[in-house]
Design a binder for this molecule. Structure first.
Ligand SMILES: [Zn+2]
Ligand SMILES: [Zn+2]
Length: 150
């Protein structure tokens, strides 16, 4: 991600945090910057690794809490994924995911037809849908190439 894009996304974060009534503390800012630098749907542990490299005083628990509160106000999103750890997503605009079942990679995909999918009526489940994202599962290019060469 180039510096300009990063700066723009940080500005959006600042605005959303203000609107959501969440003070953008130094530690939350560090977490957001790490999210942008990783940019591959990192787990909380990976975000913590990056944050701790810059400031070793930031604990894992602080990073977890920051990610959760940022997700609650919609500054980042949680990617639902069958893996063990929650994956966080720095992109909040509508997009979908290609999920590799071998290596757990999550690849962003945008597609007008997927965006246009109608939301089914879930009222009989007592469930309120806030977002519709499609998860296409399969095997990524890297894993396929590894399979072919072995
Ligand atoms: Zn893969
Ligand atoms: Zn994504």
């Amino acid at each position: 991600m180039d510096r300009q894009t990063k700066q723009r996304r940080i500005e959006t974060y600042r605005r959303r945090c203000r609107e959501g009534g969440l003070p953008l503390t130094e530690q939350r800012m560090a977490v957001l910057e790490a999210m942008l630098d990783l940019d591959d749907h990192p787990t909380a542990d990976r975000v913590h690794d990056v944050v701790a490299r810059r400031d070793s005083r930031v604990s894992r628990a602080t990073v977890y809490r920051a990610l959760e509160s940022l997700a609650r106000i919609g500054v980042i999103t949680k990617a639902c994924h069958p893996g063990k750890a929650v994956r966080y997503d720095s992109r909040t605009e509508t997009h979908h995911h290609l999920v590799c079942l071998r290596c757990d990679a999550i690849i962003d995909v945008t597609d007008d037809r997927l965006d246009a999918l109608p939301v089914p009526d879930t009222s009989s489940y007592g469930f309120v849908v806030s977002d519709l994202r499609v998860q296409l599962r399969g095997v990524c290019r890297r894993c396929r190439e590894l399979e072919e060469t072995s």
